[in-house]
Design a protein around this ligand. Structure first.
Ligand code: SF4
Length: 445
């Protein structure tokens, strides 16, 4: 679909923060999503968040794929208390459109430029324009660096590039750095105005319009500043040890993105004792820890593992997105954690990171709204298998929940037997007839 283009900003109003101002109802009460304004959190900040998660919700904390924090199991009456507690702790939640910058912007010596000033200026310009935009609109401002956002899909991207010794910004829409449609090459002086042209086009085309829906040719014609080709270097996975600017940075991820407040607090205490001075929420459900010395890394990783965090990018469960499941959500019809553990134990061939696997307690699909290569979804009839689809899509086959672990074992056997040397899970899934997966799932092999 393409939409008509208007190069002038409109006069619509975007809704307020979708988190504290508009908590989302789920099967375990209300969910609040937080993105602190401060990129760097202290131990006390995280301890305050853990305490508030226990006090105002069911204690379950999630770090999302885009590095937001979610607190679960709140009642509506507790939301003002959460807002008060955050304010008392000096944690200011971001509002308005989500603008992502690399997690180490401004402190990574290898970045082309610090993306933060451009992101702040763009955020202010969008707020001042009071436009109505898609609630899930995503904008990436990527200044480069070791942990760039090259692989993050966004409606609008601004990628820093060096041209003749100066910094310029490549404007593109609807994809990651490699797949987004190039629109223009902008100077540092015109970058915000240029991005606002696309923002205005999105607003003019209707509140639900996303970057992929825009008329690219019409946008390109607005600028007469052709974008350069850009290298699609994939950044390393954030989980694990990185050496950036001569300093060690440890990325840890709560298993499947979820942790109870008690274990988060225990982790923060342990890492602080190891010398950690700063924590940053990052994409891929990651918490980046700074301040650790090389000798302290092993103890920090031990502490993370003890509290249920992954600290290596080889953790097979990193490919699996799960929701709270029966342990934390009344809408769930089975234990999503146990199913994910069974996938790790018996079907690791599907979990090499090349294909998304989604385990959803119900068709709402909270943990992975997009399509996944493999989805196991709970319904009143049992657990359905969906291939290359969403949790809400019709299942190819449904089995009783108490037969799920053997079914996962059979899916693992099938994958092991069919997978070629060095073949990725994605390739295996793509070339295997769905009927084979269905018969394995049903136990008809
Ligand atoms: S997808 Fe999971 S967390 Fe969301 S409502 Fe359904 S069971 Fe609850």
């Amino acid at each position: 679909m393409t939409t008509a283009l208007a190069c002038d900003p409109g006069t619509f109003r975007r809704g307020a923060c979708p988190s504290l101002a508009a908590p989302m109802r789920t099967g375990d009460g209300f969910l609040v999503r937080l993105r602190p304004v401060a990129a760097a959190l202290t131990a006390n900040d995280l301890l305050a968040i853990a305490s508030l998660a226990r006090e105002t919700g069911n204690g379950l904390i999630e770090i999302t794929a885009r590095g937001n924090i979610q607190l679960r199991g709140l009642t509506l009456e507790m939301v003002p208390r959460l807002a008060e507690g955050l304010a008392a702790a000096g944690i200011l939640p971001q509002t308005g459109v989500a603008i992502e910058t690399p997690v180490l912007s401004g402190i990574d010596p290898s970045e082309i430029t610090d993306a933060t000033p451009v992101a702040d200026a763009l955020r202010n310009a969008i707020a001042a324009a009071a436009l109505t935009l898609a609630p899930k609109l995503a904008i990436v401002v990527d200044g480069g660096g070791v942990l760039s956002l090259a692989d993050m899909v966004a409606d609008i991207r601004l990628d820093a590039v060096e041209v003749g010794g100066a910094v310029a910004w490549r404007l593109s829409v609807g994809g990651d750095r490699e797949t987004a449609q190039p629109i223009a090459l902008l100077s540092s002086e015109t970058v915000v105005e240029g991005a606002m042209t696309v923002v205005a086009a999105l607003a003019a085309a209707g509140a639900g319009t996303r970057g992929r829906d825009l008329d690219v040719a019409a946008l390109v014609a607005c600028f007469n500043a052709p974008a350069l080709p850009i290298a699609a270097t994939i950044p390393p996975h954030l989980i694990g040890v990185h050496v950036i600017g001569g300093q060690f940075v440890l990325g840890v991820s709560p298993a499947y993105g979820q942790v109870h407040a008690d274990r988060l607090a225990a982790l923060v205490h342990s890492l602080s004792a190891c010398g950690a001075t700063e924590f940053r929420l990052a994409p891929h459900r990651t918490l980046l820890v700074r301040g650790l010395s090389e000798p302290a890394l092993a103890a920090a990783q031990d502490a993370a593992q003890r509290e249920g965090f992954w600290c290596t990018d080889k953790a097979p469960g990193r490919s699996v997105s799960i929701c709270a499941g029966a342990a934390g959500c009344a809408s769930a019809s089975f234990d999503t954690h146990a199913a994910a553990d069974a996938l790790v134990a018996h079907a690791a061939e599907l979990l090499d990171g090349s294909a998304d696997v989604h385990v959803s307690g119900c068709p709402k699909g909270c943990a992975h709204p997009a399509r996944a290569a493999v989805t196991l979804c709970g319904t009143a009839e049992g657990v359905g298998l969906v291939l290359n689809g969403k949790a809400s899509d019709p299942a190819l086959s449904t089995i009783p929940a108490d037969g799920l672990v053997p079914a996962i074992q059979r899916l693992g056997n099938l994958s092991r037997n069919r997978r070629g040397d060095h073949e990725t899970a994605k390739s295996l899934i793509d070339r295997t007839a769905p009927a084979l997966f269905v018969s394995a799932y049903q136990g008809q092999q």
